[in-house]
Ligand binder design. Structure first.
Ligand SMILES: [Fe+2]
Length: 398
């Protein structure tokens, strides 16, 4: 063993002792260090009732008060932040080798997008409820159209890229233009309302780089998560960042289903709550005396919750308890269906929409923990409302 004055490696003595510390503290990833260097708050929890209430500090890089949001379970999978665009002001222009999309929490303004060195610039308008995406490495500048601040919620693949390259100079100062993703055509930021099948599961998809208002836009019938459930999957600027917008009708709630971390639900309309619990607790944790392992997050617009806040698969179900439907946008980073590990051509199923008895992970309403329905009906009752769940879905199968 060389003794060069440095700390010694943990060498075993004899054949029974193991090398190394055995236990250690997880180190920062490059993205964790990047966030810390920005000197703005980093919010880490299973969710947040309203992102508007998160404390913000001046983020010098962008020129607006901001906070990172890294919900539990999403670490390394995708990144998020909320940023305020100063009244009658603008954020600093930037470009980067990661994908980015914005949901407008409050305010009204415009975004300018251009390719480095080009004199052609796209300028498009946004308002509260708009969702728009920035093409990879295109320069963009966000401008407030009013004298009061605007608030934007961003989703990015910054952790993925930073943790791979570990070089922010390369990520923020690369001259490459992704002409496969970014087009200078006049209609690039014109909303596209055409619905087509997504390439993996045949669900309703829109290829559009902006949706003017995801709070009120039409959603096609889907029925996968609750009776009458509506859903669209926007594919934006060639990004691999996967997201959807879904809605549970008033007085209804989603079936619980299980999967691993990545999904974050963002409440954009109505109000409600999510229960999430490790699938190792089984489908009926209250009945089985394991309720202390269940986590709950309440939310209203614009709240967030991590569907699977720790390792392994977690069951989760979402409950709308206001007179409006519960509309959620779910963001996953580049962790999309069809990108799970496996061999091309392998048989896969839409497990989250398929009940356990048929090989999926969804708990049929008739098999769910009775606590969920009881509490839901009581909560609605306090608001003077009634459950609109069809009675037959709770009946045992004939
Ligand atoms: Fe889910």
């Amino acid at each position: 063993m060389a003794d060069n004055g440095k700390e010694k490696w943990q060498e075993p003595t004899g054949e029974m002792q193991k090398a190394g510390y055995g236990k250690f503290l997880r180190p920062n990833t490059p993205y964790d260090s990047f966030m810390e260097e920005q000197e703005i708050p980093i919010y880490r929890d299973i969710g947040v009732e309203k992102v508007q209430n998160l404390p913000r500090k001046m983020w010098k890089r962008l020129g607006g008060n901001a906070s990172f949001i890294q919900l539990l379970g999403t670490e390394g999978l995708w990144g998020s932040y909320v940023v305020e665009v100063p009244g009658a002001g603008a954020l600093n222009a930037e470009k980067h080798l990661y994908e980015e999309q914005y949901f407008v929490v409050e305010g009204r303004g415009t975004t300018e997008v251009w390719a480095e060195g080009s004199d052609k610039k796209h300028t498009f308008e946004w308002q509260q409820g708009s969702l728009f995406a920035i093409p990879m490495n295109a320069t963009h500048r966000i401008v407030n159209a009013t004298s009061s601040p605007a608030l934007l919620l961003a989703g990015t693949t910054a952790p993925n890229i930073m943790n791979l390259f570990n070089n922010t100079d390369f990520i923020f100062n690369c001259p490459y233009t992704f002409t496969d993703r970014y087009k200078e055509t006049a209609d690039y930021y014109k909303p596209n309302e055409e619905i087509e099948p997504d390439p993996v599961r045949g669900l309703a998809m829109r290829q559009t780089n902006i949706i003017p208002d995801i709070v009120t836009c039409e959603l096609p019938l889907d029925n996968r998560r609750s009776p009458g459930y509506r859903r669209i999957e926007p594919h934006m600027v060639g990004n691999s960042f996967y997201l959807w917008i879904g809605q549970h009708e008033t007085g209804r709630y989603s079936k619980a289903h299980a999967h691993g971390s990545a999904a974050v639900l963002i409440c954009v309309k109505g109000k409600g709550y999510t229960y999430t619990w490790p699938s190792t607790l089984g489908p009926t944790p209250w009945k089985d005396g394991k309720a202390e392992g269940v986590r709950r997050q309440d939310y209203e617009p614009v709240g967030m919750v991590s569907a699977a806040p720790m390792g392994g698969n977690w069951f989760h179900a979402h409950f709308g308890v206001s007179s409006e439907p519960l509309r959620l946008s779910a963001w996953f980073g580049p962790n999309a269906p069809g990108r799970e590990r496996g061999r091309p051509g392998e048989k896969a199923i839409d497990y989250g929409a398929i009940e356990i008895k048929d090989g999926g992970t969804a708990i049929a309403y008739r098999d769910e923990d009775p606590f969920l329905r009881k509490e839901f009906e009581e909560t609605l009752g306090k608001e003077g409302m009634k459950s609109k769940m069809p009675a037959e879905i709770y009946k045992p199968e004939a």
